[in-house]
Design a protein around this ligand. Structure first.
Ligand code: DX5
Ligand code: ZN
Length: 220
């Protein structure tokens, strides 16, 4: 199933609750929450208090993208804040297996994110354990960047690897996703689409519907 995950990083922060409720009512299946620590990525975004205060605004899947060094330190706090799915960066975890299992043992869905230049081979051993792989299509840290074209091949390669191994792992793509390039991403094999600027810059409800209309073309 094709799913839209609006990233609140591009939302109007003084109306955050309303914006999350709006895109949820418009049909977005996930809410993508970008946690940045100023160490793994240059920027600092928001953390547990913001996530937990948004929890009452929507029943959608809270998809927490941890751009944080050693994210295992925060799994129980992020769970308590209301996460349904936690995605950690392979580059930020020395003990990736331990962190992945910590998330699973907490009863949450688990994803692993790869920066654009990180090869898929780092997932060889852990892939069957994952609910989702996040292919970063920009260098993480900021919204509003341009899609890096070579990441399309990574999505295609990963979908083929999953098929060969009999896995129906979700493939999420994050960074520079728009209504203009989402068809190519679907064709390549991605099925969860993060969109910050393309949803929240302008009319978030109309933009959400535009994405969902494209998904319907594929799903009937
Ligand atoms: C970037 C974040 C993204 C960001 C995407 O580091 O992980 O989720 O909000 O923003 P857009 O869709 O504007 O590229
Ligand atoms: Zn993200």
């Amino acid at each position: 199933m094709l799913k839209l995950a609006p990233s609140i990083l591009a939302a109007d922060f003084k109306n955050l609750g309303q914006q999350v409720a709006d895109v949820s009512l418009a049909g977005a299946q996930y809410i993508h929450l970008d946690v940045m620590d100023g160490a793994f990525v240059p920027s600092i975004s928001f953390g547990m208090p913001v996530i937990s205060s948004l929890r009452s605004c929507t029943d959608r899947v809270f998809d927490v993208h941890m751009m944080v060094e050693d994210p295992g330190r925060y799994i129980s706090d992020i769970k308590a804040a209301g996460a349904d799915l936690i995605c950690v960066h392979a580059e930020a975890c020395i003990h990736l297996d331990r962190t992945v299992n910590q998330i699973k043992e907490a009863g949450l869905k688990v994803g692993v994110a790869l920066n654009p230049a990180t090869p898929l081979s780092v997932l060889d051993c852990i892939l069957p354990e994952l609910d989702m792989v996040l292919i970063m299509s920009v260098n993480p840290g900021f919204g509003g960047q341009k899609f890096i074209p070579y990441t399309l091949n990574k999505i295609r390669d990963l979908r083929n690897i999953c098929k060969e191994r009999g896995l129906d792992t979700d493939i999420q793509v994050d960074g520079g996703v728009t209504c203009d390039n989402v068809r190519e991403l679907i064709d390549a094999g991605a099925n969860v689409f993060v969109a910050g600027s393309a949803v929240f810059k302008g009319d978030a409800v109309a933009n959400t519907r535009d994405f969902l209309k494209i998904f319907e073309e594929y799903e009937g």
